[in-house]
Design a protein. Structure first.
Length: 263
């Protein structure tokens, strides 16, 4: 993948042509010959608009690069099927929000003749509306050396900021970065409708953050909160500290009330 001309001759198969699979096709279409597989029957029009060929699972997983954009709930089954059909030398890449468990699944199920890179684009369709240049992607090398060329391609042709890390380090940081963001968004949305008239700049920024995640599929939230092995500890710490702060405020309120009444 050293030149654009060479990239054009590289085939990319996308397994799972939902919102992120379509976003990937939008930005990778000029660099790869793209085919996609998805069981949904209503994707022909968008595939045509993106110049993507919808094909069978077997055909798509014969590509040089296989991008797994399937839901977490079906990830292990998808990987086991890819293991039976992929060709030697292929590069297998996932784009999930959690990295430890998917990385273990891919390493365990995929044949030794393929390279594996676990990635997490730290953006989605909402935050990439104006393009992906300058946005971040975590890249976790799992097996083989193709991650080096892949990282160079992401920097040079897509303008992404590449963070090379391990699945463990990724999930530890994501448990705070994503875990708390989505958790707070869920809570505030349940308190809605939120004010829109007398707002501060900080509240506007908070509302903007909520808008970026509120339309995510439910399985995204489940993956972030339930599949990340570090998320529960972060979540418990957050609620414990919130409860402690509430107790402090209630204690101050009680003391103030007693002083006002002369007790």
């Amino acid at each position: 993948m050293n030149t654009k001309r060479r990239i054009h001759h590289t085939s990319l198969g996308i397994v799972g042509f939902g919102a992120f699979g379509q976003l990937a096709a939008l930005h990778l279409g000029e660099h790869f010959q793209i085919s996609a597989y998805d069981p949904s029957p209503s994707l022909a029009k968008v595939a045509q608009q993106l110049g993507v060929t919808l094909s069978s699972f077997h055909s798509v997983t014969q590509a040089d690069v296989i991008l797994i954009a399937a839901p977490v709930s079906s990830f292990e089954q998808v990987v086991s099927e890819i293991a039976r059909t992929c060709k030697p030398g292929a590069l297998i890449v996932d784009v999930g929000s959690v990295k430890v468990i998917p990385s273990d699944i891919m390493q365990r199920l995929l044949p030794n003749c393929v390279d594996i890179v676990a990635t997490h684009p730290l953006f989605g369709p909402q935050s990439a509306e104006k393009g992906v240049t300058g946005l971040k992607i975590a890249v976790c090398p799992i097996r083989g050396k193709q991650h080096v060329r892949m990282a160079a391609f992401l920097r040079k042709f897509l303008g992404l900021t590449v963070i090379v890390t391990t699945p463990e380090d990724h999930d530890q940081e994501a448990a705070v970065v994503q875990g708390l963001t989505h958790l707070i968004a869920k809570v505030l949305l349940r308190m809605g409708p939120l004010p829109t008239r007398m707002t501060t700049k900080s509240f506007d920024l908070l509302s903007e953050a909520i808008s970026m995640v509120q339309h995510d599929a439910p399985e995204v939230f489940d993956a972030i909160e339930k599949t990340n092995p570090y998320a529960e500890a972060v979540r418990r710490q957050f609620f414990d500290l919130a409860a402690s702060l509430n107790a402090d405020l209630e204690a101050v309120s009680t003391t103030t009330s007693h002083n006002d009444t002369g007790l």
